[in-house]
Design a protein around this ligand. Structure first.
Ligand code: NAG
Ligand code: NAG
Ligand code: NAG
Ligand code: NAG
Ligand code: NAG
Ligand code: NAG
Ligand code: NAG
Length: 436
């Protein structure tokens, strides 16, 4: 529960209209406080709050924690893992290096690939392109910081295989890539042994979060449609990233994370439609079969929101956009098919998808502070559907919104944002849902 607490002694009330007391967000809505202005009474106490005593006048400087650095020149785990796919600090940062390198290349690629006329048609004027250029340069800094943490064994820049052919699809892909980059870090940050590393990563992931929001704006999506950003296990991030990495140089440090089979969302809402409820139900409106592939942008002019006129239907790049027809909604029937494990993915096709789960029974929806389930109806070999559930974080804030992870699971395990990784052994397949 989050409270806004107002501690006022009754006798010290300066403003006659002040009613005081705890405000529970959402109970009766919140309009404006009855009084705004300076304090005009007399303080009943002064100074910072004191403990029963202090142990010393200042804190003695100490050497860094033994966990402060994670140089591992060998680049492979040196200790037995506590459980499969869970060598934490080194491997988390190594994953971060893979992420920063794809972003460095990806943000530059579209700028080099598309013409001024194509950018203008997508609503991205030269000032916007300069911003993308700046974000591309931010990635140089992020890749440098993370590589420096790992030293010799840092993974290297690879060759990537991108799914987009238009400016719009490029921007859409970037809002998906930065979603898994951002959520992947929120997932492991609080579990790092090295708080020193966590400090620096916090400062880079705050920037990545802004990039994700800016790319949503450039894709004509609502910039923020959640109250809390979701954190994901590393293996989810790696599952989403690996299919876009094609070649890596000889000797590139390998990762210890799991690659789950891909869950394809056959009617994943097409962000370029005026009415995303009309998205085809056969998967044909994603540009390809890979997990984070963007929506097709080549719709007919009647269907496309890119040049549609008016609030609620136009989805050109903007600071904020409304949609009269939502991208998705509770009660929507969502159709899936999923891959069998054993597919070769990632750098040089050298990682193999796997699962330790039993038969899929549930669809798990991970977003905000929540992991919520709906029952899966299996309709064939690796095919099925579910109904998008309704559920709220607080007040009327729907859990399912934005760019988020969904998965098939063999059980409806109770997990929290802090122990979400415990779900991994139960995941049959993982997908990226474009809610909104
Ligand atoms: C998703 O977020 C948008 C923007 O805040 C809001 O208009 C919409 O109602 C939300 N959708 C659901 C299903 O909660
Ligand atoms: C990936 O393949 C390329 C080309 O075949 C090769 O040069 C490179 O060493 C390979 N990388 C790894 C990490 O095996
Ligand atoms: C979405 O489409 C389905 C099937 O065409 C229809 O039954 C449903 O009412 C539509 N929902 C919305 C919110 O438009
Ligand atoms: C969009 O592109 C796909 C793949 O090339 C094609 O199948 C489809 O017909 C195109 N749609 C339109 C409206 O041009
Ligand atoms: C935008 O949508 C919100 C609800 O999500 C609504 O309250 C608001 O009136 C809409 N704004 C416009 C300009 O249509
Ligand atoms: C979502 O998470 C919040 C915070 O833990 C919790 O209060 C709320 O009940 C959860 N909602 C659902 C539907 O589980
Ligand atoms: C996750 O943490 C919550 C809160 O501590 C606990 O109730 C739950 O059992 C944990 N789940 C698993 C699978 O460990």
């Amino acid at each position: 529960m989050h409270y806004l607490l107002f501690f006022f002694h009754a006798g010290a009330l300066a403003a006659p209209a002040f009613t005081g007391g705890p405000v529970i967000i959402g109970e009766n809505g919140y309009t404006s406080a009855p009084y705004h202005g300076p304090y005009t009474g007399t303080p009943t106490t002064t100074g910072a709050v004191m403990a029963p005593g202090t142990l010393a006048p200042s804190i003695e400087p100490k050497p860094p924690n033994p966990t402060a650095t994670y140089y591992n020149a060998a680049g492979v785990p040196q200790q037995p893992m506590p459980a499969p796919y869970s060598d934490w600090d080194f491997e988390s940062i190594a994953l971060g290096v893979y992420q920063e390198y794809i972003e460095l290349d990806l943000f530059h690629d579209g700028l080099a690939r598309f013409t001024d006329a194509e950018f203008t048609a997508a609503g991205l004027d030269p000032e916007v392109r300069s911003l993308i250029q700046f974000m591309a340069n931010q990635e140089t800094g992020h890749a440098t910081l993370l590589s420096n943490m790992l030293g010799e064994a840092a993974p290297k820049q690879c060759v990537y295989d991108y799914p987009y052919t238009t400016v719009r699809e490029w921007v859409d892909f970037m809002q998906r890539v930065t979603r898994y980059g951002e959520s992947g870090v929120w997932g492991f940050l609080a579990h790092l042994d090295s708080r020193e590393v966590a400090q620096l990563l916090s400062q880079s992931i705050a920037t990545e979060a802004r990039q994700q929001m800016v790319f949503r704006q450039m894709a004509g999506l609502t910039p923020m449609d959640v109250w809390f950003e979701n954190g994901w296990p590393q293996s989810w991030q790696w599952t989403m990233l690996a299919p876009y990495v094609s070649y890596c140089p000889e000797g590139t440090t390998r990762l210890a994370w799991q690659n789950f089979p891909t869950l394809r969302i056959l009617n994943n809402p097409n962000i370029n439609r005026v009415d995303a409820n009309n998205t085809a139900q056969d998967g044909s409106e994603a540009v390809g079969d890979r997990i984070a592939d963007p929506s097709r942008s080549n719709l007919t002019s009647g269907e496309s929101c890119i040049n549609a006129q008016g609030v609620g239907v136009n989805c050109q790049a903007a600071i904020a956009r409304n949609r009269t027809q939502p991208l998705s909604y509770p009660g929507k029937r969502v159709f899936f098919d999923w891959e069998a494990p054993g597919q070769a993915v990632g750098p040089n096709n050298s990682y193999i998808t796997s699962t330790t789960a039993g038969e899929p029974k549930f669809v798990a929806w991970s977003n905000q502070l929540n992991l919520t389930y709906s029952p899966l109806t299996v309709t064939g070999a690796q095919a099925g559907w579910t109904t998008q559930p309704e559920g709220f974080v607080y007040d009327d804030e729907g859990i399912i919104n934005g760019t988020m992870a969904v998965m098939l699971t063999d059980t409806d395990l109770f997990v929290t944002p802090f122990n979400l990784t415990q779900l991994n052994p139960h995941i049959v397949a993982l997908g990226l849902y474009q809610a909104g």
